[in-house]
Design a protein around this ligand. Sequence first.
Ligand code: 5RP
Length: 231
Amino acid sequence: MSTSQKERAALAALELVRDGMTIGLGTGSTAAFFIEGLGRKIREEGLEIEAIPTSQASDALARKAGIELIIPDETTVIDLDVDGADEVSAEGHLIKGGGAALLREKIIARAAKQFVVIADESKSVTELGAFPLPIEIEQFGFALTVRALRDMLAGEGHEGVELSLRHNEEGSFVLSDGGNFIVDAKLGRIREPVALESALNMIPGVVDCGLFIGMADQVIIGTADGIDTRR
Ligand code: 5RP
């Protein structure tokens, strides 16, 4: 069986796991390789690990892999958090939220002593923005929040940007695990990610956005024949 770039990055992140750790489990197909590998490692090496999943999907995968789970409020320490990304810039800034789990992912990443991003080469970009930026929005006052969002973006040089309310394949709205809508903003190019994150998160009704600025302690990119690690 050939190892994919995503799996290679996930396997490299497993090397950072130590007995007794509390570990954040990200969401998505790359994080799924880490979760499956972690379950195997715990069984094979008899490790005592507690984990915190960042989504219902990762919760289900972790249970299947036999990993002991806790809720965030059961610990004050998260030693390691391993998660995927939709884009990783040259500076290590991220776009996340392709799996609609951005808020829980950000809470756990912020709290972790070490936040490690695992991704395949396609996620590595010079500048963020080709991937539509996920923005999590409270249902109450949704249309008002989107109007405020549009006005703010126009003021920041993103005039007429396409904002799409995320739907699933059956045509229903996608809701985050917290019950919020997800809007995807086609920005094309994000020149000032730091300023944009603050401006977005200042809008009442915006719960959070998928910009993860300066949060990654380490980025592991799986390549065709190995890994490329950035700190
Ligand atoms: C979920 C995420 C994922 O980490 C991101 O979408 C990458 O997914 P994948 O590993 O499937 O490419 O942010 O909210």
